[in-house]
Design a binder for this molecule. Structure first.
Ligand SMILES: Cc1cc2nc3c(=O)[nH]c(=O)nc-3n(C[C@H](O)[C@H](O)[C@H](O)COP(=O)(O)O)c2cc1C
Length: 191
């Protein structure tokens, strides 16, 4: 059995990002995966302090939820990273997670934690920044040596108020395609 983890990078609980990730995870389950939903609205991950302590000790000095989140990511065979657009960029919550994860994986884990995992990105916006947020997350995914499956279209969704994305037919379809593609590739790689 493969495990697909969806990370919703919005600080707003019950918002559009959470809904679109749940939609992708539903497809992953239908394709035969187990799923886990990780909300950054419920986990405190502070920005990296660049203290380099993890290089010496293998531990991060910041006492927050990062190690718990990192371990959930490390357990997964597939990872979906999703963030709303905040002034054309990912949220500070997702950026903090990316910085902490990428640095810790490089310095304390020899950049091996995510090798060969399958991953993809989703962006959400009222109107602007979709491509930028999607690309920002994707570049991180590639930097961690994860494998990105091809999909029919970018998994981006539009919405402003919580629940709006449910009416974005294309956003729902492309996020669903992504969840399915990640589950199917992760299953094939594990066979
Ligand atoms: C601080 C902040 C900045 C935002 N900046 C943008 C933006 O640059 N472009 C845009 O289209 N929407 C922007 N939005 C709207 C959100 O991307 C949109 O409401 C999205 O659906 C929020 O996702 P969520 O419900 O998961 O939090 C911004 C919202 C906030 C709170």
């Amino acid at each position: 059995m493969v495990l697909v983890l969806g990370i919703a990078g919005s600080p707003r609980k019950g918002g559009n990002t959470e809904l679109i990730v749940e939609n992708a995870l539903k497809s992953a389950r239908e394709a035969g995966a187990e799923t886990d939903l990780l909300l950054l609205s419920e986990n405190r991950v502070e920005p990296c302090r660049a203290c380099n302590a993890c290089a010496a000790t293998g531990e991060c000095v910041i006492k927050d939820d990062f190690m718990k989140v990192f371990n959930r990511m490390a357990m997964a065979d597939g990872i979906i990273m999703a963030s709303p657009s905040y002034f054309e960029s990912m949220t500070p919550q997702m950026k903090a997670l990316i910085d902490r994860t990428g640095y810790y994986n490089s310095v304390a884990r020899g950049r091996t934690t995510f090798d060969g995992k399958v991953a993809g990105a989703i962006s959400v916006a009222r109107r602007t920044g979709l491509a930028n947020v999607w690309t920002q997350q994707l570049l991180f995914i590639l930097s961690q040596k994860m494998i990105v499956p091809g999909i029919t279209s970018y998994a981006n969704a539009v919405g402003s108020a919580p629940g709006d994305v449910l009416n974005d037919e294309e956003g729902m379809r492309t996020s669903s395609d992504l969840g399915k593609a990640i589950a199917e590739l992760a299953i094939r790689l594990k066979e």
